[in-house]
Design a binder for this molecule. Structure first.
Ligand code: F6R
Length: 613
């Protein structure tokens, strides 16, 4: 949520900042701005709406005014104050001498605002961020030193922040700090960078330093200083960034989402490659630090996550309980935080998060750590805050996911869950033949995913036919119930069509009242334990004139006439089928949204990393 960048170096800062912001657009896109150091003054440019509006605004400026070797930039996802030009960042102090960009939320901004107003500050925006600009300027007036001013100011703040700050009296340098919000330093030659995330800087450098909470850094073009909260110098390690700039290209696809769906077979191959060698050998998970003894002592498993990651966790419940016999609870992180949850040293807590940055999940995991539970994090970002909080780590290795709607990271999370469940079951000495059968199915999965992708044109035709409907119901039972939830979420987030997932058996307990010819029902059917039951629920929907779409690995001739349309997937074991079924639903949502002309990769009101609670 919100992306920030900073640059000091030999290049024209505005070009590097705009390029960086473009790669952070997944974090917010309702307004943007830059501040550029220009001969003893700081020029600020801001625009409402997409980043292109800022680019257009900059084109209108006198080139000598925007020429600069140091600057900061921001792309916003509004929390406090409507998304307009005044509320866009950078925010400045009264005299315009100090300017800053902020990612996070200042929870006590209202009290601080009153104090600052009483001290004579005039506020222009409705943002919480402007408080920080005035406060740091107020402290700077006392010390004339930006580092101590920042240190003294943040002591008064409550909440989460990453700040990049510039002052007109401190030429060609940026001072920055963070707490519970991401910020990394890109290490260049004759240039240095600050950014919320790797994509903003990967084109320029593959070396980065991660700041710890409350550390302060000052960067110039040839120097990086890092200070601990007591202002002693720190030597943080320089790390090698794992991504290739190529990963940020659409590679000819119209949208990142479509590209990322098509990457799924390779994502699965990637994740399996060093963990399953064949179906009979035991699974290797090198960063899972649980000993055999500790695994035997696990009495319960709790899975905490949000959104799509929560749906992966729900699949995890079915898989883990079936394979390990250990009871599993799954809960949205935002709910987990606010009740008295029971966890102790015999609890395995699994946090799932693509970004590793989701504020709700971070808070929940921090709570759990205090109770002594073993924390295992499944994430796509092994340099993230959640990864750093983990006792054990499962890096899903899906590669950078740019589209706001999660696709390939979901499949990668599912695979990680299967691997983890088999790993635990093997350590508990569970029946090998069942586990080996699942490994066999996982090894076949990439080619089955390829078969679905090669049938994308049929899914596109079905999508076109249903793109005019305003409501959708997704139903399934058992392990595909979370698939129904995820299919509905994908459709609503990118097409804004009202879609809801239900356990198929629940239809008759209320939702059936909504069924008529205006309500398509998408049913997920897999040969196995619940096939006949879901088919009976389809009969009930058919009897109410609902349009029926089947996503199935098998439909017998007698039942084919129930369906207005059906999409067949390859034969697959019921337990592994969510990974195939969801791919169909991702494509269906994608093609509906694309047909409706929606902004698929950047749906309204959303941001990819949700760093506020
Ligand atoms: C939906 C989506 C979100 C995220 C959720 C959690 O497509 O992407 O629902 O799944 O915001 O994010 P992470 O997984 O980064 O914790």
């Amino acid at each position: 949520m919100c992306g920030i960048v900073g640059y000091v170096g030999y290049q024209n800062a505005v070009d590097v900042l705009i390029d960086g912001l473009r790669h952070l657009e997944y974090r917010g896109y309702d307004s943007s701005g830059v501040a550029l150091y220009n001969g003893g003054k700081i020029n600020v440019y801001k625009a409402q709406g997409k980043l292109q509006n800022l680019v257009d605004e900059l084109k209108k400026q006198d080139p000598s005014e925007i020429k600069s070797n140091a600057g900061i930039g921001h792309i916003r996802w509004a929390t406090h104050g409507v998304p307009n030009q005044i509320n866009a960042h950078p925010q400045t102090c009264n005299c315009g001498g100090l300017t800053l960009v902020h990612n996070g939320i200042i929870e006590n901004y209202a009290e601080l605002k009153t104090e600052l107003e009483n001290a004579g500050c005039k506020f222009k925006s409705q943002t919480d961020t402007e408080v920080a600009a005035h406060l740091i300027a107020y402290e700077y007036a006392k010390t004339k030193d930006l580092i101590s001013a920042l240190k003294n100011a943040v002591k008064k703040l409550k909440g989460a922040w990453a700040f990049c700050v510039m002052h007109k009296n401190e030429p060609d340098c940026i001072v920055a700090t963070r707490k519970n919000a991401p910020l990394l330093i890109g290490v260049g030659e004759n240039e240095n960078f600050l950014a919320s995330d790797i994509p903003a800087i990967i084109k320029y450098t593959k070396k980065a330093i991660y700041l710890n909470d409350d550390q302060i850094t000052k960067i110039t073009k040839d120097k990086i200083e890092i200070y601990n909260p007591d202002l002693t110098l720190s030597q943080n390690k320089v790390e090698f960034l794992p991504f290739e700039p190529m990963a940020l290209s659409k590679m000819g696809y119209k949208h990142y989402m479509l590209k990322e769906i098509h990457e799924q077979p390779d994502v699965v191959r990637n994740i399996l490659q060093d963990k399953i060698f064949d179906e009979i050998s035991d699974i290797k998970l090198k960063d899972v630090k649980l000993t055999k003894e500790e695994i035997k002592n696990i009495k319960r498993i709790q899975i905490i996550a949000c959104g799509t990651s929560l749906h992966a966790g729900l699949v995890g419940k079915y898989v883990m309980e079936e394979l390990t016999g250990i009871p599993v609870d799954v809960e949205a992180s935002s709910e987990y935080i606010y009740r008295s949850t029971i966890a102790d040293k015999n609890t395995l807590v699994i946090g799932i998060s693509q970004s590793g940055e989701t504020a709700d999940t971070i808070t929940a995991i921090r709570q759990v750590k205090e109770k002594g539970a073993h924390v295992l994090i499944i994430t796509n970002r092994n340099e993230s805050m959640l990864a750093r909080l983990s006792d054990s780590l499962l890096h899903v290795n899906a590669g950078i996911e740019v589209s706001v709607a999660a696709t390939k990271s979901y499949i990668a999370q599912l695979i990680s869950i299967y691997l983890l469940a088999i790993f635990i079951a093997e350590n508990l000495g569970k029946e090998k033949s069942i586990l080996n059968n699942i490994k066999h199915e996982l090894l076949l999965l990439p080619s089955k995913l390829e078969a679905i992708l090669s049938n994308a044109s049929h899914i596109r035709d079905v999508a076109k036919k249903y793109s005019g409907y305003k409501n959708f119901i997704f139903i399934a039972r058992g392990i595909n119930y979370p698939t129904a939830l995820e299919g509905a979420l994908k459709l609503k987030e990118i097409s804004y069509i009202n879609a809801t997932g239900y356990p198929a058996g629940e239809l008759k307990h209320g939702p059936i009242a909504m069924l008529d010819e205006t309500m398509p029902v998408l049913a997920i059917l897999n040969e196995g334990r619940v096939y006949d039951k879901v088919m009976s629920n389809c009969e009930e929907a058919y009897a109410r004139q609902a349009k029926l779409i089947g996503v199935a690995n098998y439909i017998d001739d007698k039942h084919k006439q129930l369906f207005d349309d059906y999409i067949l997937i390859p034969e697959i074991l019921d337990m592994v089928s969510p990974a195939l079924n969801v791919t169909v639903l991702q494509l269906l949502a994608y093609y509906i949204a694309e047909y409706l002309g929606k902004d698929v990769d950047q749906p309204r009101n959303l941001a990819k990393s949700v760093t506020v609670e």
